[in-house]
Design a protein around this ligand. Structure first.
Ligand code: PEP
Ligand code: MG
Length: 880
């Protein structure tokens, strides 16, 4: 029989699927003997069942009642008792943390009778009536969608925020809130505690499908069918006077990774007040002076949690009349820099192995660390400095509301007093987020860090008023450009120039890692990744400069040089001459003019990659791509004719373009087909490669060129080209050994890989074309046309042109590897499509047994890291 409810004493941290992250961790803390209020978790199974049927399963009701009875016995209090009521909090908690996305309801169990009991029992009537007011409001909003403004209007009418109100005013407010409740729902505020509880649990279940939660999951790629668990816990109160309060803390600094606890505490406050960032907070060291005993206990608990989770933890706690209670913990979110620094620290501290450290960082984080930041030397004086909440450099026009940010077509900075979950669409759309209130743990900060978005918060000198804000004696308006620095917290007027990231400068060899904790951590993990990796990382580069940079970034070869890029610019005219040549002699002349240019290009490339393989691909695109477009030529010729002039060369070109026009050029005369049709073209390129290599050898270099034939579908194509190439190579004295191989980018090539390997010493998967031809998706047209719809329908989770479609295209890769290696065991196999730099795809290529991936220079470190991560995956235990 399915069980729907687990007491906190029954679960543990590994049961996140069933109990959600929060429930599993509350259970773990309970097991550890930490001071967690008693409670139980309603499972994600129950949520899925509820969402499927629209009803609470009958067993669930019975189980909840039974667990409630246990809790009442343990606490010697009765739920909703008129004299001394047990009150409950009801909180969502999915497997993956979704900060602020779903619902929480506090003080369940208060009603017209128990509010009196609570006042008497706590000796604090104000507190009791303030709690009741909060319950009616939270319950109305969450369970019955009563608009927040309806309650806010009543609050404004009695003249203030809750903390300032007298008991009489609070009683009036409760009456007013109950009227609001009635007028929006057509029913009275429920007085029965059990009814309150079940309605609240149902509301939390439903909040899984709220728009903002769905959007957040899409953004974070969290599956939609997991459901949330619900945690029901005995209330403890941080708003019971100056010896009470509530706080959040991290066991290390989540922004930089620096050792030492870090947190915010808010005196005489309840629950969400800190996370909402509404009031300004005090630091943990200030807590040490006002409540040293709780502070000491908190530090020792945080240390134990780190040992247990072997990672940075964040916690939420409450102090009620001097007694500390733990309300939540989890492995905490952190910035990319902190992720690297903490992973290396934990290795130093002997807590985790280097293999595990590799699993604690992601390629996405490394990519973010390679972003540029502001050039502060060129920046004007800052307008103000806020709390640096999420790193990065962002500039854009000011917008003051989320809808405007979401609708903007230019880069924008979302400026708010504070954010709440409704701002999510705007936060996603904006380049950066600036708030005037709240600390590093405010909603804006937590969500921005999760999204890797630049955020400065708590810039409390900003006075926001409608569509303007005032700061430092200036008024800025919506549309004015500002720059925000999420690393320093500075806010600048105008658009500040950016400078390269230190991590990139380190990879470039401009600075060393010495003395810099972040660079030292990156260095350490990259060394280990390279050591573990089975996949090599090559680069796609067409120039010596790109190849040299990629080599500094750690590439161990060029996996793809697209030689057609050498036919552009002022060389176009030579290509035109080649195309227009009407006889062998003029064609030979055109090719002879191209030869020295190609040779010089190759020499430069071989020099930059001296001692490492350089795979040169013979020309691929249809030649008419090098001629002016048909429409342009037609117009030029028509204009000349209208003026009675001779169109001259344009006339000849137009004839050629018309002759060579193809309906589907991607499936037309390109690649190996071109080489077989245009006499001498491939031979010229092969000669240029051979002569460049011979020249490098003569100059004392160690060139390692390889020749790669594109778009092969049948072994006969390759055999013909190969025979021609071998003859040319043999005719150039001093040529070093040069391997000849092919791209696998036509499905037929993958299927006949066994035959093709007979004529190829290496394969390189052209997964761009292979994806295009396997799906039948035109790679130049489909992304903007209908991929949005396909992604929405879940036909694929990511564009197959970005992340390899492992089931379809990937199957062809596996088939080709297997058949190719069966025919030629020493066949080298790589990939040079865009997928070579995509982390998820790199992991697939590792599994498929490739020898290397090849990607653009800036992706090289990311591919290296992923290659290491893929190899060490089995060794490391994944704790997140
Ligand atoms: C490919 O098709 O994946 C490839 C690398 O070649 P290109 O992108 O030049 O067609
Ligand atoms: Mg291709």
């Amino acid at each position: 029989m399915t069980r729907y409810v687990y007491d906190f004493t029954e679960g543990n941290k590994d049961l996140k699927d069933l109990l959600g992250g929060k429930g599993a961790n509350l259970a773990e803390m309970t097991r550890m003997g930490l001071p967690v209020p008693p409670g139980f978790t309603v499972t994600t199974d129950a949520c899925r069942e509820y969402l499927r049927t629209g009803r609470m399963p009958a067993e669930l009701l019975a189980e909840v009642e039974q667990h409630l009875r246990q809790m009442q016995n343990r606490m010697n209090k009765t739920f909703g008792d008129a004299e001394d009521p047990l009150l409950l909090s009801v909180r969502s908690g999915a497997k993956f943390s979704m900060p602020g996305m779903m619902e929480t309801i506090l003080d369940i169990g208060l009603n017209d009778a128990s509010v009196v009991g609570l006042g008497r029992q706590s000796n604090d009537e104000r507190f009791a009536w303030d709690s009741y007011r909060r319950l009616v409001q939270m319950f109305g909003r969450t369970v019955f969608d009563v608009p927040a403004a309806a309650f806010d209007d009543e609050l404004a009418a009695v003249g203030g925020v809750g903390a300032d109100l007298s008991v009489a005013q609070l009683k009036d407010l409760v009456l007013a809130y109950k009227k609001v409740f009635h007028s929006h729902t057509g029913r009275d505020f429920p007085q029965a505690p059990h009814e309150q509880l079940f309605l609240a649990v149902g509301a939390v279940f439903r909040s899984w499908n709220a728009e903002r939660a769905t959007l957040y999951r899409r953004q974070e790629r969290i599956p939609h069918d997991l459901g949330t668990a619900v945690n029901v816990m005995a209330m403890v109160f941080g708003n019971r006077g100056e010896d009470s309060g509530t706080g959040v803390a991290f066991t290390r600094d989540p922004a930089t990774g620096r050792r030492g606890v870090y947190g915010d505490y808010l005196r005489n406050a309840q629950g969400e007040d800190v996370v909402a960032g509404i009031r300004n907070t005090m630091s943990l060291s200030e807590l040490a002076t006002i409540d040293p005993a709780s502070h000491r206990q908190l530090l020792s608990i945080m240390q134990r949690l780190e040992q247990r989770y072997r990672d940075l933890c964040d916690i939420e706690f409450t102090i009620e009349n001097g007694k500390l209670w733990m309300l939540q913990t989890r492995v905490g979110k952190r910035t990319p820099a902190a992720a690297f620094v903490i992973a290396a620290q934990l290795v130093d501290e002997g807590t985790i192995t280097l293999d595990e450290a590799l699993q604690r960082v992601t390629d996405e984080q490394l990519a973010q660390l390679m972003f540029p930041s502001f050039d502060t030397a060129a920046a004007p004086p800052p307008l103000t400095t806020g709390v640096p909440a999420s790193p990065g450099a962002a500039a854009g026009a000011i917008v003051f509301d989320s809808a405007a940010a979401a609708a903007a077509t230019e880069p924008v900075i979302l400026v708010r007093r504070e954010t709440n979950p409704d701002d999510l669409p705007g936060m996603i759309a904006a380049q950066g987020i600036l708030t005037s209130r709240g600390g590093k743990t405010s909603h804006a900060a937590v969500v921005a860090r999760g999204m890797g978005k630049t955020c400065v918060c708590g810039a409390d000198e900003l006075v926001i008023d409608g569509d303007t804000f005032a700061v430092a004696g200036r008024i800025l308006r919506a549309g004015d450009v500002i720059s925000i620095d999420g690393t320093s917290g500075k806010v600048y007027p105008g658009s500040v120039p950016v400078r390269p990231s230190p991590v990139v400068r380190y990879f470039e060899g401009e600075i060393t890692a010495h003395g810099d904790p972040l660079l030292a951590a990156v260095e350490r993990l990259m060394i280990h990744a390279d050591h573990e990796a089975r996949l090599g990382v090559h680069t796609n580069a067409d120039t010596g400069a790109d190849a040299a940079r990629a080599r500094r970034f750690g590439a161990t070869g060029v996996g793809l040089c697209r030689t057609e890029h050498m036919f552009l610019g002022d060389r176009r005219e030579l290509v035109e001459r080649l195309i227009l040549a009407e006889d062998d002699a003029s064609r030979a002349e055109a090719l002879a003019a191209l030869l020295p240019l190609q040779r010089a290009d190759f020499e430069e490339l071989f020099a930059a990659m001296d001692g490492l393989p350089v795979t040169v691909r013979l020309i691929d695109p249809p030649l008419h791509e090098f001629l002016p477009p048909l429409e342009e030529l037609t117009a030029r010729v028509a204009r000349a004719e209208a003026l009675g002039e001779d169109p001259g060369r344009d006339g000849t070109l137009l004839g050629a373009v018309r002759r060579m026009h193809e309906q589907n050029p991607m499936l037309g005369l390109r690649g190996v087909r071109l080489g077989l049709v245009i006499p001498g073209l491939f031979a010229m390129q092969v000669r240029a490669i051979a002569e460049a290599a011979a020249a490098r050898v003569a100059a004392g270099g160690d060139p390692r060129p390889e020749i790669m034939v594109p778009l092969v579908g049948a072994v006969q194509e390759l055999e013909t080209v190969r025979a021609e190439a071998e003859a040319v190579l043999a005719s150039v004295p001093g040529t070093p050994p040069i391997r000849i191989g092919t791209m696998i980018e036509v499905p037929r090539a993958a299927l006949t890989a066994g035959q093709i390997a007979g004529a190829a010493e290496f394969f390189s998967f052209g997964t761009n074309d292979l994806t295009q031809m396997t799906w039948g998706f035109s790679r130049d047209d489909v992304e903007g046309a209908f991929f949005g719809r396909y992604l929405g329908l879940g036909i694929f989770a990511a564009s197959p042109f970005e992340t390899i479609d492992s089931e379809g295209v990937g199957e062809l890769v596996r088939i080709a590897v297997e058949r190719g290696r069966a025919a030629r065991p020493d066949l080298t196999v790589g990939v040079c499509g865009e997928h070579g730099g995509d982390p998820a795809s790199v992991s697939f290529f590792h599994d498929a047994g490739l020898d290397y991936v090849s990607c653009s220079p800036f992706r090289v470190p990311i591919a290296r890291l992923e290659a290491g991560r893929a190899a060490s995956q089995a060794a490391g235990s994944d704790s997140r």
